[in-house]
Ligand binder design. Structure first.
Ligand SMILES: Nc1ncnc2c1ncn2[C@@H]1O[C@H](COP(=O)(O)OP(=O)(O)OP(=O)(O)O)[C@@H](O)[C@H]1O
Ligand SMILES: [Mg+2]
Length: 317
């Protein structure tokens, strides 16, 4: 359904934007219909940037994002509404999606007025009540309140309810679990899984590997703007191929395992060696931390399909 083809994003940083930062470097992956894809990677690896490009909040510097055969980076302004009928987002800080001076349920009215003005009010209200219940909220408790009178979890569920109401095809969920308590987390996670049955796909952005495993059908592992490994979740977790994925999985804390202090640290010098601009170096981004690094072989790792649907960007494999 949605396909990223060699998508890159360069931000201009520093005084007068003189320096460039390669936040996403030729990312390739697909999101199929009714599939939950976890986008996993450490802080700063470019996950939110990918989410924002899919939501058309920022444009890629190069590459294509194709939804149902159409390159969405080329969609004209007047057709953007059609796009948002198909793709919606929920963010880590749900408060930022609401205007504090209006009641929170105004988002449902706005959907009506902008997208479905022909639906009679009483019918619309019934649909709103239905989706609010569907996301596990009690309409009497949550309707008619200002954002500050609702919890972060309730506001996030409102946004999920809005996506349901619009019958979108893809929901981009960026770190939405982090501000919820443990029991609400499980509810929201299960809700996202249920959305699949409603026909939705979800791009679930997280830095938490175990959450990614819990929720997804497919997983994309990112490191410093590059996709290191991507494939069916079970397959990637049971048979990780990229040395970065292997090291990530080894670092997941478990109850049986005590913390070991032998995780290699990266020095500032090594950090600097990672290019900030495209094509400055084609060296694998993980080179500086990899036990198997080889200056000859680790140039331009490319992307190889190891087993059907399981892709790895490592020239040592
Ligand atoms: N608007 C911006 N201008 C300049 N640089 C940016 C901008 N947004 C993000 N970056 C930089 O791009 C890189 C990727 O950022 P991004 O927010 O996509 O990472 P992330 O994987 O979502 O991280 P986190 O897990 O901390 O949310 C980072 O180095 C970040 O500092
Ligand atoms: Mg982020």
């Amino acid at each position: 359904m949605l396909e990223l083809k060699d998508v890159s994003k360069i931000y201009r940083i520093g005084a007068f934007g003189r320096r460039k930062l390669l936040a996403v470097d030729r990312a390739n992956f697909n999101i199929k219909d009714q599939t939950v894809v976890a986008l996993v990677g450490e802080s700063g690896s470019g996950k939110t940037t990918i989410g924002k490009m899919i939501l058309k909040l920022i444009s890629p510097t190069s590459g294509k994002i194709i939804l149902d055969g159409e390159d969405i980076t080329k969609i004209k302004r007047r057709r953007i509404k059609d796009y948002y009928l198909k793709v919606q987002g929920v963010f880590q800080d749900p408060f930022s999606s609401y205007n504090p001076i209006f009641k929170a349920d105004r988002i449902f009215k706005m959907v009506h007025d902008s997208f479905f003005p022909e639906v009679p009010q009483n019918e619309w209200r019934k649909s709103v009540l239905k989706v609010i219940e569907q996301v596990g909220l009690n309409p009497d408790e949550v309707l008619n309140k200002f954002p500050h009178q609702l919890s972060g979890g309730q506001l996030q569920r409102f946004l999920i309810a809005r996506a349901l109401l619009m019958k979108v095809k893809l929901l981009v969920a960026d770190e939405i679990i982090s501000m919820l308590d443990a029991s609400t987390r499980v509810d929201v996670l299960n809700l996202l899984v249920d959305l699949k049955k409603e026909g939705l796909s979800v791009l679930f952005i997280t830095h938490d590997l175990s959450l990614g495993y819990y929720i997804s059908d497919e997983v994309v592992i990112m490191y410093r703007g590059g996709v290191m490994e991507y494939g069916p979740t079970e397959e990637v977790f049971k048979n990780p191929i990229h040395p970065y994925t292997v090291s990530l999985l080894e670092a997941v804390p478990t109850f049986e395992k005590r913390w070991e202090e032998d995780i290699p640290a990266v020095s500032i010098e090594e950090e600097k060696a990672t290019p900030v601009v495209q094509n400055e170096s084609q060296m694998c981004k993980f080179y500086w931390r990899c036990n198997e690094a080889d200056p000859e072989k680790c140039q331009s790792p490319g992307f190889k399909e190891i087993t059907p649907g399981h892709f790895v960007a490592c020239s040592r494999r």
